[in-house]
Design a protein around this ligand. Structure first.
Ligand SMILES: Nc1ncnc2c1ncn2[C@@H]1O[C@H](COP(=O)(O)OP(=O)(O)OP(=O)(O)O)[C@@H](O)[C@H]1O
Ligand SMILES: [Mg+2]
Length: 361
């Protein structure tokens, strides 16, 4: 990031009156025009982070900065930040225009200005024809758009979204994800979105912040997070991962040879300056789709016994056991003969060349 970040959490902690730790010493920089998602299990501090950015919550220690300016003490309405709440928080007795224009009327804009900006905001979210509709007559997806228009109408520098799509059914949700991403790209506004849906975070974010117990585990692009989880928590949380306990056979600056049960991996080290000692314990991460399965013996493939299978539409997930009690998940395209994967069947498995990463246990 060449420029200063737009939004910065600087060593922010939040301890509630109850003694519960909401956030613990969190540092986070969000760039101009970025789409950042906060992802993590329930109670990890996502909403708390968003409320601190919005000004609904004060940190116990640390600072919130916008464009280098300390805004920690600024009230929500004095920050150029707007929030879309999970339940949309629309006023049911007002029509769409009144809902969207509410923030502008508080700012004492003229009626003509309010009308123009409300119309623009509704056009942005594709709801111009519903301007005089009662909110109670709208569908879930339409309400979601009204909430979005209401937050965007004040032209915030940062838009905060707390689980904005969680009330929508799967199809509508997917459609709104695409729309949200398009809208953000078009406006160039910085979006910070809370979600506990990893598919959603992976598909629409520029960067993802993975949180766990009030701390940040990793901040990375979706592809980096998927391909190179930095911690065991992230490896387990993002996608499906085989985590194999093993030990280092030999480690040089170029490659680490690791044995995990009967399998051997040659792994390019992430940090060539830090080779582990031979014999040290190591954890190998490999995705189910990075392992090839054969119904009959094949060069370099190890025998394994099928325990069970799960049908996932485009592919089949095979749960198998290799020697030494090591369990393995393998994803295979469905064209492979299903009969080969009856429980108890013998199959042959081989990690794809260059796949697998090492984590220190
Ligand atoms: N006002 C509050 N008073 C006391 N504890 C709180 C308060 N708000 C949040 N917490 C606690 O702080 C922790 C983080 O809560 P937070 O709402 O940020 O979680 P979250 O990641 O948004 O979870 P979810 O996915 O369930 O919405 C939780 O342990 C929660 O119980
Ligand atoms: Mg929450």
């Amino acid at each position: 990031m060449a420029r200063d970040p737009l939004l910065r959490l600087d060593a922010v902690s939040k301890i509630f009156d109850t003694g519960t730790v909401g956030l613990e010493n969190v540092d986070l920089d969000i760039g101009h025009g970025e789409f950042v998602s906060l992802l993590g299990p329930s109670g990890c501090g996502k909403t708390t982070s968003l409320r601190l950015m919005a000004g609904f919550e004060m940190p116990t220690s640390g600072r919130v900065l916008l464009d280098g300016q300390d805004i920690t003490a600024l009230r929500p309405y004095d920050r150029p930040v707007n929030t879309v709440f999970q339940d949309y928080a629309l006023f049911p007795h007002m029509d769409v225009a009144e809902n969207v224009g509410f923030g502008l009327s508080l700012r004492k804009l003229s009626g003509a200005d309010i009308k123009r900006r409300v119309t623009e905001a509704l056009e942005l979210v594709g709801l111009a024809d519903k301007i005089h509709a009662r909110v109670s007559m709208l569908s879930g997806g339409q309400r979601q758009r009204v909430a979005l228009a209401r937050a965007l109408v004040c032209s915030p520098r940062v838009l905060l979204l707390d689980e904005p799509l969680s009330a929508l059914d799967a199809n509508l949700r997917e459609q709104m994800q695409i729309e949200l991403k398009r809208l953000q790209a078009r406006l160039g506004t910085t979006f910070v979105m809370v979600t506990h849906d990893q598919t959603e975070a992976l598909s629409i974010s520029d960067r993802i912040v993975v949180m766990n117990r009030g701390r940040i585990e990793q901040i990375a692009t979706p592809a980096e997070l998927y391909d190179a989880p930095a911690t065991r928590f992230v490896a387990n949380f993002i996608g499906t991962m085989n985590l194999l306990e093993g030990k280092v056979l030999e480690a040089t600056a170029q490659t680490h040879r690791i044995a995990a049960g009967p399998m051997t991996f040659d792994i390019a080290p992430c940090d060539p300056g830090r080779a582990p000692a031979a014999g040290a314990p190591a954890l190998v991460c490999i995705r189910p789709e990075e392992i090839t399965v054969f119904p009959a013996p094949s060069d370099g493939a190890l025998p394994a016994q099928v325990v069970s299978t799960v049908f996932y539409g485009p592919m089949l997930r095979v749960f198998a056991e290799i020697g030494g009690g090591q369990k393995l998940m393998i994803d295979t395209p469905r064209r492979t003969a299903a009969a080969a994967f009856e429980p108890g069947a013998l199959i042959y498995v081989r990690p794809n060349a260059g796949c697998g990463r090492m984590l220190e246990p």
